[in-house]
Design a protein around this ligand. Structure first.
Ligand SMILES: [Mg+2]
Length: 491
């Protein structure tokens, strides 16, 4: 009983950016294995530095391929594009969509689209989100940033690039793949990981705590062995006396996993010979200390003798890591949403502003009801005037006229009050979200509505948090309970 009290108190004292938020109840007692993605999950990136080299390396390939030299002048802006946006490759537009598939914000290059343009292009008929590219991963940010800059260049310099926006995007994809293949990005990170990877102070504590509690940890990354080894060594080598090598933390290590194919396909596992880089067939189990390449989740479960719901997988990619593992295999999922680290403290500061917005909205609702009542009165009085006129009852008609005019005056005042209040509410919402991001606002909201990203997080991630090391604040036997088990009428 005493232990339970202490734990509850510890959780209550946590800052919001240290907490784990629960969509679906998760009992850690029934979790045998915890898997980790590497990039942006175990290994947080210095995004500004990393995206700048990805932007530059890809831009150089555009110029090599005969695009105008002037593109060299394009500047990398780490702050414009955020995750959760959709890209309309055909029109060169960036969109922020709410949970009801309504396009609330849109840009063509750097030019904002007004309400009417958004209506004509997207909101006048049913919006098909799957026809657009969704920015789910951090790696896509520099890619889309470059696309946005080129679209803007095309807007300001018509006919200098004789291609459609979709064709430019296909080239962009090709050049990014090339930059990955020829090592223009990877080699720079491997040469100086300290510039690109963030060494979090508590990066190994959560792992240790879970190992001590008897959990089996595994690494499952799409990165290749050479890159994985450099990054993981940089982060974990000699970080703790009992775990000299980073490999010591994990019971299974899988690289080059090709997620989401790992979760739905049937790729075989290959055993990697670390020194030579050659591979051979695996035995009938996955051995601790060995490195495996490729593979698939079904076989992983068989070889490790586990059921889907006994595995918790932690990743940062809503589609590649979370949706697929949850949907096809019923793995439990923890989504790392690192943006929360920046957003939650601001939202805490803005709590009062949020309360004011809610109060104003309640006033708005009662004004609306009063307006509705006035309109009904005006309608019924008009009918009575009609009747009095038909009956030639001039006296009654004239007294009713006076009455209806009073109502109409009041109606004008109410309408004015409502439009003023609407302006105040919108301004307050705008100011609040500008404090988080001056273009797109909160990741999980559009205005006060849930964003499409938030809706996916809610649907697919069992739990989510700002960094994976936050698991250290909770017991390895913790039962995470979801407030979503309540219906709106229960609250
Ligand atoms: Mg990742």
């Amino acid at each position: 009983m005493i232990m339970r009290k202490n734990l509850t108190e510890t959780v209550l004292k946590l800052e919001k950016s240290q907490r784990i938020f629960v969509n679906r109840s998760l009992n850690m007692k029934s979790i045998k294995s915890i898997g980790y993605d590497m990039d942006h999950t175990l290994a947080p990136y210095n995004r500004e530095n990393f995206e700048a080299i990805a932007f530059r390396a890809t831009l150089e390939k555009f110029i090599d391929a005969g695009y105008p030299q002037e593109l060299n002048e394009l500047k990398f802006d780490p702050n414009f594009v955020i995750r959760g946006l959709l890209v309309d490759k055909e029109r060169g537009n960036l969109l922020k969509v709410d949970g009801h598939k309504y396009v609330k914000l849109a840009f063509h290059g750097r030019r904002p689209l007004d309400k009417q343009e958004r209506h004509i292009l997207y909101n006048s008929e049913s919006f098909k989100a799957h026809e657009f590219l969704s920015i789910d991963s951090f790696f896509a940010l520099s890619e889309v940033q470059l696309f946005t800059e080129i679209v803007d260049y095309m807007r300001l310099n018509p006919r200098k690039i004789e291609k459609t926006f979709s064709e430019v995007y296909s080239d962009l994809r090709k050049f990014i793949d090339l930059s990955h293949q020829d090592g223009s990005i990877k080699n720079q990170v491997m040469a100086k990981p300290e510039l690109y990877i963030v060494k979090e102070k508590y990066r190994f504590n959560a792992l240790l705590r879970l190992i001590e509690a008897g959990k089996n940890l595994f690494l499952l990354t799409n990165s290749k062995w050479d890159y994985t080894d450099v990054i993981m060594s940089y982060l974990f080598e000699n970080a703790h006396g009992d775990f000299k090598k980073w490999q010591d933390y994990f019971s299974q290590i899988i690289v080059g996993s090709k997620k989401p194919a790992f979760f739905i396909g049937d790729n075989p596992f290959e055993l990697l010979e670390q020194s030579t880089g050659t591979s051979s067939e695996i035995g009938d189990t996955l051995v601790k200390g060995e490195i495996y390449n490729g593979g698939n989740a079904k076989l992983f479960q068989e070889l490790t003798n586990q059921k889907g719901d006994e595995i918790l997988y932690c990743g940062d990619h809503i589609y590649g890591d979370i949706i697929r593992s949850k949907e096809t295999l019923n793995w439990r999922t923890l989504l790392v949403v690192e943006e929360l680290d920046h957003e939650l403290p601001i939202l805490e500061q803005e709590k009062r502003a949020f309360e004011e917005i809610k109060d104003n909205m309640a006033i708005r609702e009662s004004l609306d009801e009063e307006l509705h009542r006035l309109r009904s009165l005006i309608n019924s009085t008009a009918k009575q005037i009609n009747l009095a006129t038909i009956k030639n009852d001039k006296k009654k008609a004239s007294s009713l006229e006076k009455e209806i005019n009073k109502y109409k005056d009041k109606q004008i005042i109410k309408e004015h009050e409502i439009s003023e209040l609407d302006y105040t509410i919108n301004e307050k919402i705008r100011l609040r979200s500008n404090k988080i991001h001056d273009v797109w606002g909160e990741l999980m909201k559009v205005g006060l509505e849930k964003s499409r990203f938030a809706q996916q997080v809610e649907e697919y991630a069992c739990v989510y948090t700002s960094k994976v090391s936050n698991l250290r604040f909770y017991s390895a036997r913790k039962k995470f309970s979801s407030p979503h088990d309540l219906m709106p009428h229960d609250v």
